[in-house]
Structure formats: structure tokens, C-alpha cells
Write a protein that binds this ligand. Structure first.
Ligand code: KIV
Length: 259
């Protein structure tokens, strides 16, 4: 699973054969430039989900995150806001953060025919209560509580579970004890699947903001700055029109950009 926030990302995931596209509320940080995911709204999630759907063209499962306070106030709110992600955004499932406190919400969403992915461990929407983005479940009582959350969500009907920022041994236990697929992030190698934020995977996240557990698969950020600097240098030097392939040979009626 990989996050995606627009049609371009959707196309990249489709071409790479990624199983699940997650429109994460991480977009608040990597796209909108906030310090947390808390400011993201349902309307923004709908907007980004619609874009991803256009690029993905149904090639992978499209899951959209329920942002902060879109499901916590009441079950009725949760059904209405999840419904917007499905009806307006084109998502096929929603993801929500939290453990056994949200079992009634998950049951109600599943009864309303909305597939739900769970998310336990480090919960970015709980950043203030957790005191920052810290590894969770290091103490054995805390680890047991996360395992109990995972079991409770699975019994409530989630079709898959994200485990974030927990020790690898705990993730391994959850993956072996919970019947649904467990997808890890910062949770070691023993889960059924892995998820990364596309900016981290592609090397677009500046090194000082990159989570410790991420090894980028590309130097996309460095390459982008190199290309932009080269463009600026050539324009300033009056050499831009001499770049190869700049002039079209297809005649005046050829489309400038195909759709
Ligand atoms: O918001 C997000 O991108 C996520 C993933 C990191 C799992 O929840």
C-alpha cells in the first residue's frame, strides 16, 4: 500500500501495480505543509480522493482516511462523513485511527455497507495525547493493549489493519493472531504488507523530516531540484530555446499537450 494525493500519484501507483492506494490524512503534512494531520477536513479528503480516483482508474483498491473529528463525535457523524468519501470521493473503503473505543463506530460503518480499515499503534490524530510521534507499545502493558485493540477491531469487522510505530515483535504477534491482513509502517518486517507515504518512498521528503525507519527508493527530491536549477540556469543564460526537442516538428495544428 502506498499513499496518493492526486491524479499523478494515482497514475504512478496504477503503472507500478500497487495493490492499495491510500489517500492518507498525512496529506496535511506532506502536501499542505502543516505540522500535524489535525487540520485536514473531510471536504479536502473528498477533493484529493476524487483526483486519485481519476489517475488510478480502478486499478487498485482506493482507501480514504477519515480525518480528525470526522468520526469521533458520534456514530451518525461517522456514517455521514464516511459516506461522503465513498459517494463524492469515489473511495471504496475508509480508514480510521483508534482501538476498542471505536468498535461501535466500526460496527455501524460496516452495517452501513462501508468497508473499514483499522489503524492502531502510533495514531497521528492523537499526537497531543501521545506527546509527539513516538514509538508505541514498548512497555508490555501498552503492547498488550494494542494487541487487544487489534483483536477488537478485527472482531468488529475491519477488513485490514494498519499497525504504525510499534516494535517489530509486537507487530509480528498481531499479524499472527489477527485473521485480517496487517499492514505495517515503522513496525518491522513481519507484517502481511507494508505501507509508505509516497513522498518518503520517492525521496521527496527532506532528510531532516524523513521518519527514521524509511529508506527512500529514489532520489526524487534531489533530481527535481537539479532539473529546476538547470531550467533556471538555461533560461538566465539565454540557452533555453536551444534545448533539444523544444521546437515541435508536428506543424501548427498539433495539440500542445495531449489529454
Ligand atoms: O495518513 C497516512 O498516510 C497514514 C499512513 C501513514 C498509514 O495513515
Amino acid at each position: 500500500m502506498v499513499t496518493a494525493y492526486d491524479a499523478f500519484h494515482g497514475r504512478l501507483l496504477r503503472e507500478a501495480g500497487i495493490d492499495i492506494a491510500l489517500v492518507g490524512d498525512s496529506l496535511g503534512m506532506v502536501v499542505q505543509g502543516h505540522d500535524s494531520t489535525l487540520p485536514v477536513t473531510v471536504s479536502e479528503m473528498v477533493y484529493h480522493t476524487r483526483m486519485v480516483a481519476r489517475g488510478l482508474k480502478g486499478a487498485s483498491l482506493l482507501v480514504s482516511d477519515m480525518p480528525f473529528l470526522s468520526y469521533q463525535p458520534s456514530i451518525e457523524t461517522a456514517i455521514r462523513e464516511a459516506g461522503r468519501l465513498i459517494k463524492e470521493g469515489g473511495a471504496q473503503a475508509v480508514k480510521l485511527e483508534g482501538g476498542k473505543d471505536f468498535v461501535p463506530t466500526v460496527r455501524a460503518l460496516v452495517s452501513a455497507m462501508i468497508p473499514v480499515m483499522g489503524h492502531v499503534g502510533l495514531l497521528p490524530q492523537k499526537i497531543h495525547a501521545m506527546g509527539g510521534f513516538r514509538l508505541q507499545g514498548r512497555e508490555s502493558a501498552e503492547g498488550e493493549a494494542i494487541l487487544a485493540d487489534a483483536r477488537a477491531l478485527s472482531q468488529a469487522g475491519v477488513f485490514a489493519l494498519v499497525v504504525e510505530g510499534i516494535p517489530g515483535e509486537l507487530a509480528k504477534r498481531i499479524a499472527s493472531e489477527v485473521p485480517v491482513p496487517v499492514i505495517g509502517i515503522g513496525a518491522g518486517p513481519h507484517t502481511d504488507g507494508q505501507v509508505l507515504v509516497i513522498h518518503d518512498l520517492m525521496g521527496w521528503t527532506p532528510a531532516e523530516r524523513l521518519p527514521k525507519f524509511v529508506r527512500p527508493f529514489s532520489r526524487g527530491g534531489e533530481e527535481a531540484v537539479r532539473a529546476l536549477s538547470e531550467f533556471r540556469r538555461m533560461v538566465e543564460a539565454g540557452q533555453f530555446h536551444k534545448t533539444e526537442g523544444h521546437d515541435t516538428k508536428e506543424g501548427p495544428d498539433a495539440p500542445v499537450r495531449s489529454q
